[in-house]
Design a protein around this ligand. Structure first.
Ligand code: LMR
Length: 393
């Protein structure tokens, strides 16, 4: 049966987890997979999430099926977190999904059902898994220019030129905040221009918001998305709790539709749920239930926000300190953009050969496009790391 197949290429980000684990060098540095780390290199369960889990354990008296949409309280809380007051909630429908990736795929399935083989425009570069997820749903993928590697900033004019090539009914995938992999984000003025362009040209916005709270703050990170939501008749959103609730392995995400009206919202959700039934039936409950408990309880919610804010501030401090260390070690401002970027990632602009040397000679692990996870930076060894990077340039 399987003699027809060659081995599938490994996922470039996830493959690093195993490579790093197998490395026995004591000084190894993991800047690979996008997982938040504290100064000891740990990824703790967040305080409010742990309390919510205890509550869940003590009060849950059944594990019978919840239904295709999952935890409806979670869904309502998530749509509030993402949309705020920007839209009339009667036009919004939400399906709990297995992580942000599950939400992306579910929305892809919905889009393919309504417009088979539609074209989705993704940023160049984008999170590598966007492409197989959308193709897997049957969509065609096109790219719009986004990142100017030389300056480490968004090439906004090039982005607009490419988006002007999209046809009415095409879909445009935007990173809500904390662009992965570049760390370079749209300004509010740029979001306004993009929102205008999408509305004028009849393009459907698809916002992937996987790092809300990791960039400029929980509300600020949703501002671009909300500007778009207030401007367009319809849009779709994939949201993830993996990072901002640190429930990575529990697979907690939400697929959202903002429709023109209540009737179309009902039709859209019916297709998302039918697609879910065919893919995995129902989403896992535990993590979403814990997130719902946190968001519905004023004390837990405020403690969660405080801990999330501490995580965000730590990443910002690391950005500034690492840019300083690189400036000292390289005697140049080549890496200053790291302090300007937001979110978990920046791209250093190294070649594959330089990345391999960093791994082989210095036990420094980063993704093959030179994306680093800022939260993985070793706080007390930033100059050593900067020196290692400069030594391979
Ligand atoms: C990442 O980009 O590193 C994370 O989103 C983890 C993943 O699934 O790729």
């Amino acid at each position: 049966m399987f003699e027809q197949l060659d081995v599938a290429p490994p996922d470039k980000i996830l493959a690093l987890i195993d490579l790093y684990r197998a490395d026995t060098r004591a000084n190894k540095v993991d800047l690979g997979v996008g997982v938040y780390r504290d100064r000891d290199g740990n990824t703790p369960v967040m305080r409010a999430v742990r309390k919510a889990e205890e509550r869940l354990l003590n009060t849950q008296d059944t594990k019978t099926y919840l239904g295709l949409a999952g935890d409806v309280g979670f869904n309502a809380a998530m749509s509030g977190l993402v949309f705020g007051n920007s839209v009339e909630m009667s036009r919004v429908r939400v399906a709990q999904a297995p992580g942000g990736s599950g939400a992306l795929r579910l929305i892809g399935e919905l889009l393919h059902r309504t417009r088979p083989g539609a074209t989705i425009w993704v940023s160049r570069p984008t999170w590598p898994n966007h492409i197989p997820t959308m193709r897997g749903a049957g969509l065609q993928v096109a790219e719009y220019a986004y990142f100017d590697a030389a300056s480490g900033t968004v090439d906004f004019e090039a982005m607009l030129i490419d988006l002007a090539k999209a046809k009415a009914g095409d879909i445009v995938l935007l990173h809500g905040c904390c662009h992965n992999p570049t760390g370079a984000n749209l300004t509010i003025t740029q979001w306004q221009r993009v929102a205008g362009l999408l509305a004028e040209r009849g393009l459907l916005p698809f916002v992937d918001i996987a790092y809300q709270g990791f960039g400029d703050g929980l509300e600020a990170d949703a501002e671009g998305l909300r500007i778009v939501a207030a401007k367009v008749p319809e849009m779709v959103v994939a949201s993830s709790c993996s990072k901002n609730f640190a429930v990575y392995r529990d697979r907690v995400g939400a697929a959202m539709v903002l429709a023109r009206n209540v009737a179309q919202a009902d039709v859209a959700i019916s297709h998302m749920l039918a697609a879910a039934r065919a893919l995995y039936s129902m989403p896992p409950d535990h993590g979403a239930a814990a997130v719902r408990i946190v968001l519905d309880d004023a004390a837990l919610r405020s403690d969660w926000r405080a801990e999330l804010e501490d995580m965000r501030q730590r990443m910002l401090r690391l950005r500034v300190a690492f840019a300083d260390a690189l400036r000292r070690q390289s005697n140049s401002d080549r890496f200053d953009f790291i302090a300007e970027h937001r979110g978990m990632f920046s791209r250093l602009g190294l070649t594959e050969a330089q990345i391999n040397r960093l791994r082989d000679e210095h036990a420094v692990y980063m993704v093959g496009d030179s994306r680093i996870n800022v939260a993985g930076l070793p706080e007390d060894r930033l100059d050593d790391l900067a020196k290692a990077i400069v030594s391979v340039l």
